[in-house]
Write a protein that binds this ligand. Structure first.
Ligand code: ADP
Ligand code: MG
Length: 557
């Protein structure tokens, strides 16, 4: 064989490697994700090439990834039977920075270096994941033996990650029959990566759904399959049973209940992704955490990336599941995630789908939907004031207790359909609980006229009612606020109808009350609001609603 040919890394690779070796970055686990995803990519590439050239598959048509750990030797091997690399391909792929993601990483690094370079750089690795070169976070020597599918020759790439690599011809007998074998000689402080439990944990966590089965072997033992290469979400909906969905949901959501609703679809066209999202039937424990974070997971081609990508608006944070994108690079960074138009499109599409499915559920299975609303209505209602574009849609979806509902829910459509003659507003009363509200004197005048009043008992209600534009042209109006203007609506029992003109006796009483109460009130007036109670306190027309005032006072504003 020819003498080993030593070549320097491209300048940027050398810089990157230096950083990798000296990084204090704690999440070194990502190196395995990168290796497994490269192996899976190689298998997918072969599958693609074999469409044209079936002979490439030879007598070994099934893709596989085998991870072998040798604890004694401190060695870890990741091998695939994918497309492999020729000698030239290897020099190109593992000696330069060809990838746009890594390029972006380097650019960020340049700007970061003016500050505390090494620290910032370490953080950046975590955000980007930097592909193959991340092996040098855990290994001080790495060998890559590879044979291109259909080729008789094999080559060996080797490096200690310090500026140069060698490429030699490799005796084909010592190379994989097809594909690539990456051997890591682990650093002293990275030897846990040769432990079975560790590898199994990382693979299940990060790569459990790559489209190629993964086996794990300890030195000298038979490989054991630890991931089956079948991602549930990639299968057609019609082939997935209710139990399979429920099992998967419990795994992905860490919940123990049944999903109330499964949203599963494949988007094609401009953006390709699969989404599998579950609406739980009981609230997750962190539903009202102040950070209001969602837990939807982002995958890129079946490799787990992050559960921090905010794939849904906060008011849908109870939805659990994942999105698997075909368009994003594997090493998408946090910034890229926040700014990516791809993700913006996914977010919008997914929100539409989940809302659409909730609407269908409300229509077709009202009892199930009532449970969902009971559990998550208070969260969904945050969207009414946060998401102006969807306000009308969310108001249509919303369910309410009211003076006209016994134990069931009412919709605003129901409310508007039952408006009294001359009624121009949707009345509500906000407060602690429905029973308390039902006995409020503020409701007397409304009850006398048969005017329905929504009973709003969630803290969030006081916020959206003040900003919502109304529903079908009818503004929201507090029954405890301002002039109730019920005069135009006739009460069925004429005797109960308060006089529209204020009698001299009442005028005297009002004058007396104003003097006696002084600055404690801003006005005293006769009202249509009451029938049997003599007086009640109301908030002014344009001031804060009393319930909102209480909430703001409680939160120290
Ligand atoms: P990326 O996978 O994003 O392209 P990497 O740094 O992970 O970037 O890998 C660089 C390149 O090395 C890959 O694009 C591929 O061409 C090659 N490569 C790495 N691992 C393998 C493998 N197991 N089989 C075939 N090619 C590989
Ligand atoms: Mg890669």
């Amino acid at each position: 064989a020819a003498a080993p040919e030593s070549r320097p890394f491209e300048a940027d690779v050398a810089k990157l490697l230096h950083l990798m070796v000296h990084s204090v970055y704690s999440d070194r686990d990502v190196f395995l994700r990168e290796l497994v995803s490269n192996a899976a990519d190689a298998c997918e590439k072969l599958r693609f090439e074999a469409i044209e050239t079936p002979s490439l598959l030879g007598d070994d048509p099934k893709p596989r990834i085998v991870i072998t750990a040798d604890k004694e030797a401190g060695r870890l091997v990741v091998e695939d039977n994918g497309v492999g690399m020729s000698r030239d391909e290897m020099a190109e792929a593992l000696g330069t920075i060809a990838r746009s993601g890594t390029r972006a990483f380097m650019d960020r690094l340049e700007t970061a270096q003016s500050k505390d370079g090494s620290k910032e750089g370490a953080q950046l690795i975590g955000q980007f994941g930097v592909g193959f070169y991340s092996v040098f976070m855990v290994a001080d020597r790495v060998e890559v033996a590879s044979r291109r599918a259909g080729s008789a020759e094999a080559a060996l790439w080797a490096s200690d990650g310090k500026g140069a690599f060698t490429i030699t011809e490799l005796d084909p007998a010592a190379a994989p029959a097809r594909g690539t074998r990456v051997t890591l000689h682990l650093m002293e402080d990275a030897r846990t990566y040769a432990e079975r439990w560790m590898l199994e944990r990382i693979v299940k966590e990060q790569s459990g759904h790559v489209p190629v089965p993964i086996s794990l072997a300890e030195a000298g033992a038979e490989p054991e399959q630890i991931a089956d290469g079948a991602a549930l979400w990639a299968r057609p909906k019609a082939e997935i049973s209710k139990e399979e969905y429920a099992d998967f949901y419990r795994g992905v959501a860490g919940q123990f209940d049944e999903p109330a609703l499964v949203t599963h679809y494949r988007a094609e066209g401009r953006h390709e992704y699969v989404a599998l999202a579950f609406t739980p039937s009981t609230p997750p424990f962190d539903l009202f955490d102040p950070d209001r974070k969602g837990r939807m997971k982002l995958y890129v081609r079946r490799v787990f990336i992050t559960d921090d990508a905010e794939l849904l608006p906060r008011w849908l944070r109870f939805v659990r599941g994942l999105v698997d994108s075909s368009d994003l690079p594997l090493n998408v960074s946090r910034e890229m995630i926040q700014q990516s138009p791809v993700l913006a499109a996914i977010r919008k599409g997914l929100t539409n789908r989940v809302l659409g499915d909730l609407e269908k559920l409300a229509e077709n299975e009202p009892e199930t939907f009532a449970k969902v609303w009971e559990a998550f209505g208070p969260v969904i209602k945050e969207g009414i004031y946060e998401d102006y574009e969807r306000q009308a849609q969310l108001l249509t979806l919303a369910r309410f207790r009211s003076t006209a509902s016994s134990d069931g829910f009412r919709t605003l459509k129901d409310y508007v359909a039952d408006l009294k003659e001359n009624q121009t507003a949707i009345y509500y009363l906000a407060g602690g609980n429905p029973d308390q509200l039902r006995s409020s004197p503020h409701l007397e005048g409304f009850a006398a006229r048969g005017v329905e009043v929504l009973l709003l008992t969630d803290p969030v209600d006081s916020f959206w009612v003040t900003t919502a534009q109304g529903f079908e042209g009818k503004p929201f109006k507090s029954a405890s606020q301002g002039a109730a203007d019920l005069g135009a609506i006739s009460a069925p029992d004429a005797a109960d109808k308060p006089a529209t003109e204020t009698s001299p006796a009442v005028a005297d009483l009002i004058a007396f009350a104003k003097t006696a109460l002084g600055d404690a009130v801003s006005d005293v007036r006769a009202s249509d609001r009451l029938t049997s109670s003599a007086v009640c306190l109301v908030a002014p027309d344009y001031g804060l609603d009393r319930q909102l005032e209480k909430i703001l006072a409680a939160s120290g504003q």
